[in-house]
Design a protein. Structure first.
Ligand SMILES: Nc1ncnc2c1ncn2[C@@H]1O[C@H](COP(=O)(O)OP(=O)(O)OP(=O)(O)O)[C@@H](O)[C@H]1O
Ligand SMILES: [Mg+2]
Length: 223
């Protein structure tokens, strides 16, 4: 069964009554469990639009999106939020960490509605922080960490709810090539443990670490 299945997905942004822009054109896409997929394409080609729909942050204008066999197209906001919390971890270009908040608390944050006690939440967070190699930085705030370290905190935060799918929108975009390389290696390691990873990038030398690459141009998958 496909983990992610898009059938004829279109996305039209309606800026004003008479101004619209078609950001995705008839996208058909299947992603299997355990894949490591890179999406590349020029600025404005529709990459973030696509990954936001995959991550249930936005909806298609038409077409359908099945996640693990469940049609999400007509689901209400609550159902989508629940699915998103259970199945998806997001990693962003600018890390999106809370400032003046420790590594430990940033990573524990997504567990706040999980029903775990504070102690359990902190234990799980510590485990994930160890997984990304940052155990010595438990009490550091984001501005006391390097860019690569901040991104590793963000990855630990994405992982702490144990989602099946990790979505990353230009995760190495703000990093030098060495730190960027370390982030991709971390994704490869996670992929080996069975996580499905979808990563947007501009850089060919980052994309080549994925198992599969798709190219998007003017809202269409061209390769
Ligand atoms: N909310 C919006 N309203 C109108 N147009 C939008 C909106 N969001 C994105 N667009 C347009 O849709 C197109 C695709 O945008 P998207 O953000 O998906 O591109 P991208 O491939 O992620 O680009 P980049 O590499 O610069 O991040 C762009 O032309 C953009 O201007
Ligand atoms: Mg983008």
């Amino acid at each position: 069964m496909n983990l992610i299945h898009f059938i004829n997905v279109n996305k039209i942004y309606q800026a004003a009554e008479t101004v619209s822009f078609q950001a995705l054109k008839n996208i058909n896409l299947s992603v299997q469990k355990g894949e490591f997929l890179a999406i590349i394409g020029a600025s404005g080609s529709g990459k973030s639009t696509l990954i936001n729909i995959i991550g249930l942050l936005d909806r298609p204008t038409s077409g359908s999106y099945n996640l693990e066999g469940q049609d999400t197209t007509n689901s209400n906001q609550d159902t989508l939020a629940k699915l998103r919390n259970q199945k998806i971890g997001f990693v962003f270009q600018n890390f999106n960490l809370l400032p003046r908040t420790s590594t430990l608390q940033n990573v524990a944050l997504p567990l706040i509605y999980s029903g775990f006690s504070k102690k359990e939440r902190e234990q799980k967070a510590q485990q994930m922080i160890a997984e990304v190699g940052l155990s010595e930085k438990l009490n550091s705030h984001p501005n006391q960490l390097s860019g690569g370290q901040q991104q590793r905190v963000a990855i630990a935060r994405a992982l702490v709810t144990n989602p099946e799918i990790i979505l990353a929108d230009e995760p190495t975009g703000n990093l030098d090539s060495k730190s960027g390389g370390e982030i991709v290696e971390l994704f490869q390691k996670l992929n080996k443990t069975g996580k499905t990873i979808i990563m947007i990038t501009h850089e060919d030398n980052i994309a080549k670490h994925a198992k599969k690459i798709i190219h998007i141009k003017d809202g269409e998958i061209v390769r």
